[in-house]
Design a binder for this molecule. Structure first.
Ligand code: UDP
Length: 497
């Protein structure tokens, strides 16, 4: 079919991206939005003022490159709800009593967002899983809704299997192991490692049901993953859900090619505390593959006793380390301890503490980094794979325990510290992993044994696969092209109708 000039112009796709109000959901979805802009799609990201500070630097960079991407700011109803200015998201420092108010705010914003969809007339929308209502809005507008999942295909498949077969109800205790049924691999877990909403019924269980229904009614879903990373689970997930899905990852690798992108990413001016040059100078003074990168993502908090165990384990390991830590408003003792620890390890030149936000992409690609100690947040798993590094896995909340299974049991690029208990993201948790267990896992990853050699080899192979996935002809590249083609055909069919 030959396109007329008018058809060609109107074939440029117009999209809206709607990230959830939490840093770890915003970062990958904004990277994805930028990826669509890179592929000549017109992109508008809808968010509130303070959430936009997390990524606006990246959008400005992309705009200066001539890409069609903008942020549309909506007012967060702080005063209506008696919320302090600037509290607009679910983050580690969000005071507990304010969490329900933020949910209310999201509810209040719904009509305004719906109105914006009407006014901006996108050809399709990509919305976070936590906005299931957008599928109905899209239906009314006659446009596809694509749902963004912040997790891995393995994690979603495992959660689905637990919901369906309830294997945890057949065990005698919270600590007895069971196999998650009907998955491509034999993955074992305990009841205590399951998210609370899967262990027993709560409000979140209902929400997850609504989300799943909305996914089934959506045009499809997109993940920050790539086929070669979890091919069996990608196929399995599509089969059991009966939906279309596209792995478009690693998004951070694809869209943040320059150092300016990597430095800008996720970096909020609000958290400007770290003297930027310090860590880089320190890292550059260290031998290749000698430094541990210790970070537990954007949401973690640990009880004082756990911080003490981590600190001792790191110091006793004898390896160099960068540890990303946070001020803890609820426990001054922790801050004092960490400050003293920081002084000591700076003097010995063994360790470097970054307070607040670390430029993770830049740090991970530094040749001095030899491995991670990580909570298995999905984005960090993908980012560790990008750079071909092994991980000491220490799952905490959300779907981290499932991700650990992928890293340790399926891909065999990690060693577990042996965390036993899932907690909520806003809780300190009661489990304290002992310094010996942390130390043993670090030893297996860093002391040059056979296990380490195998892990490094596999991690390097995955890194090569990650890079190929986003190049012309690679799996994620092809997925992107296919998805855009499908969306264009839908648009064209509407224009011609
Ligand atoms: N991140 C970062 N610096 C930090 C903490 C996190 O750049 O100090 C980025 C990290 O690169 C990743 C995301 O924030 O892209 C965290 O997502 P992840 O899924 O790993 O963990 P979560 O924050 O959801 O627990």
């Amino acid at each position: 079919m030959t396109l007329t000039m008018e058809n060609q112009n109107s074939s440029k796709l117009k999209s809206i991206f709607l990230p959830f109000l939490s840093t770890s959901h915003i970062i990958p979805l904004v990277d994805m939005a930028r990826l669509f802009a890179l592929h000549d799609v017109e992109v508008t990201i809808i968010t509130t003022k303070y959430n936009s500070t997390i990524f606006q630097n990246s959008i400005d960079l992309d705009s200066s490159r001539g890409r069609s991407i903008t942020t549309h700011i909506i007012d967060f109803p702080s005063s209506k709800l008696g919320l302090p200015i600037g509290i607009e998201s679910f983050n580690v420092n969000t005071p507990r009593e304010m969490i329900p108010k933020i949910y209310t705010a999201i509810f209040i914003l719904q009509p305004e967002i719906e109105h914006l969809f009407n006014v901006l007339k996108p050809d399709f929308i990509v919305t976070d899983m936590f906005y299931p209502w957008t599928v109905e809005v899209a239906e009314k507008l006659g446009i596809p809704r694509i749902m963004f999942h912040g997790a891995s295909y393995l994690a979603r498949s495992a959660a689905h299997a637990v919901e369906q077969y309830a294997p945890h109800l057949k065990t005698q205790s919270d600590t007895e192991k069971f196999v998650i049924p009907n998955l491509p691999d034999e993955l074992m877990m305990t009841r205590l490692q399951l998210p609370d909403w899967l262990r027993s019924h709560n409000q979140y269980t209902d929400l997850m049901k609504v989300i799943k229904e909305s996914e089934r009614k959506s045009f499809g879903s997109v993940f920050n993953s790539f086929y070669e990373l979890e091919s069996d689970y990608f196929d399995h997930y599509k089969r059991v859900m009966g939906t279309k899905s596209w792995g478009l990852g690693p998004v951070s690798l694809w869209v943040n090619q320059d150092d300016s992108d990597k430095a800008a990413r996720g970096y909020s001016k609000e958290e400007e505390e770290e003297k930027e040059e310090g860590w880089l100078k320190w890292l550059n003074s260290k031998p290749e593959c000698s430094v541990l990168y210790v970070s537990f993502g954007s949401m973690n908090k640990f009880p004082f006793l756990q911080l003490v165990e981590i600190a001792h384990a790191l110091e006793d390991s004898g390896h160099n380390f960068i540890w990303v830590v946070r001020k803890n408003e609820e426990n001054e003792e922790s801050d004092v301890f960490l400050e003293e620890f920081e002084k000591r390890v700076r003097e010995s030149e063994k360790g470097y503490l970054i307070w607040g936000w670390a430029p993770q992409l830049l740090i991970l690609e530094n040749q001095a980094i030899g491995g991670l100690v990580s909570h298995c947040g999905w984005n960090t798993v993908v980012e560790s794979v990008n750079v071909g590094l092994p991980t000491v896995t220490w799952p905490l909340f959300a779907e981290h325990f499932f991700n650990e299974k992928l890293v340790v049991d399926v891909l065999r690029i990690g060693v577990s510290v042996g965390a036993k208990e899932w907690r909520n993201w806003n809780e300190f948790g009661s489990e304290v992993v002992k310094r010996e267990d942390i130390g043993n896992a670090i030893g297996l990853m860093m002391n040059g044994g056979e296990e380490e050699i195998g892990m490094r080899k596999r991690a390097k192979e995955l890194s090569v696969a990650a890079k190929k996935a986003v190049q012309v002809g690679g799996s994620s590249y092809n997925n992107m092209v296919e998805l855009i083609q499908e969306l264009k055909s839908i648009k064209l069919a509407k224009v011609q109708a």
